[in-house]
Design a protein around this ligand. Structure first.
Ligand code: GLU
Length: 310
């Protein structure tokens, strides 16, 4: 052991992630509409992972994008979680209240030269959406600072996803230097999510696979801030019978009006954890699911499910 100290250390680190009593997970909806079945599955997956490991489960309302926010949505989402029996272990966190932390992180990135001010508008960017580095070494004359971007090197970011397996992304080929503070002055999701997860001590992020493409960029933000990235587990995307992804903005299929026990059963079916027939009540269904949850059984690929059970 003593001859390989660094290997030993990293083995300890890896095995500690997601192992009781240290696991800290979260569900972090944006209040852009009522929870739909796909977001319910994300809530259920993150909740079961935490409960089955004897860990902590937090809820954070990601309310830092007022133009996209829908009045009353956060309260509706929390009420839906409550009706389904998912109660956070700590007071609900509102991301809008961490503005100081976001600002401090942004200033750190600028001060250390890992981020830069950018004067480009959308019109100035190529169709590929990949930032060509225009303002990396200073804003060209005649332009004003608009957004702030993180510098991205052409380098693969690798992570082991507990559901999707080994993943490799190269943010230089996905986005190039990416926005951490938007031109409208709001903090970008990629920065805020990292700052808040780090501040809450989240050590495993369990969320929908629609966000997996952001993971490489988020790992770069952790590294730039000198923080250790969490583990990741990306749950399958849920599509309807016609293969269409469910989305909050379509106000698709809100789950708030549904019967919790049968809807939870359907969410568990999507995660390949359908309880035996005898489990009917909400309590019995949760009990069975917590005792039997095994993340290795969760499917990787899109799950098509008839979302109207009754
Ligand atoms: N707020 C994001 C959403 O509702 C999810 C953030 C995350 O889980 O990383 O889509």
């Amino acid at each position: 052991m003593a001859s390989e100290p660094s290997k030993y250390k990293s083995a300890v680190r890896t095995s500690r992630l997601g192992t009781p009593p240290d696991h800290r997970g979260r569900f972090a909806p944006s209040p852009t509409g009522p929870l739909h079945f796909g977001s319910l599955v994300a809530a259920v997956g993150s909740y079961l992972r935490a409960r089955s490991l004897g860990g902590q489960w937090l809820v954070r309302i990601e309310d830092i994008d007022p133009p996209r926010e829908v009045a009353g949505a956060a309260a509706d989402q929390l009420e839906t979680l409550r009706r389904f029996g998912m109660i956070a272990d700590e007071p609900v966190i509102y991301q809008s209240r961490s503005a100081r932390l976001h600002q401090a992180a942004l200033e750190q990135l600028l001060r250390t030269g890992q981020a830069f001010e950018c004067g480009c508008s959308r019109r100035d960017l190529p169709e590929s959406g990949i930032y060509p580095g225009t303002c990396r070494n200073g804003i060209p004359p005649g332009r004003q600072a608009r957004s702030v971007r993180l510098k991205v090197d052409d380098q693969a970011v690798e992570f082991e996803d507990a559901i999707q397996g080994p993943c490799r992304q190269n943010p230089a080929h996905q986005s190039g230097d990416f926005v951490v503070r938007r031109a409208d002055g709001l903090m970008a999701y990629q920065l805020a999510v990292v700052v808040d997860d780090a501040a809450s001590g989240i050590n495993e992020v369990v969320r929908g696979a629609d966000l997996i493409d952001s993971t490489g960029r988020q790992i770069l933000v952790y590294q730039a801030l000198g923080e250790r990235p969490p583990g990741y587990a990306h749950l399958p995307i849920i599509v309807d019978e016609n293969g269409r992804k469910l989305s909050k903005s379509d106000a698709d299929d809100p789950v708030q009006a549904r019967r919790p026990a049968s809807t939870l059963r359907l969410a568990l079916r999507a995660l390949k954890h359908e309880p035996p027939d005898g489990c009917r009540s909400l309590e019995a269904t949760w009990k069975w699911a917590i005792e039997n949850f095994d993340i290795r059984q969760v499917p990787r690929d899109e799950v098509a499910i008839g979302v109207h059970p009754q």
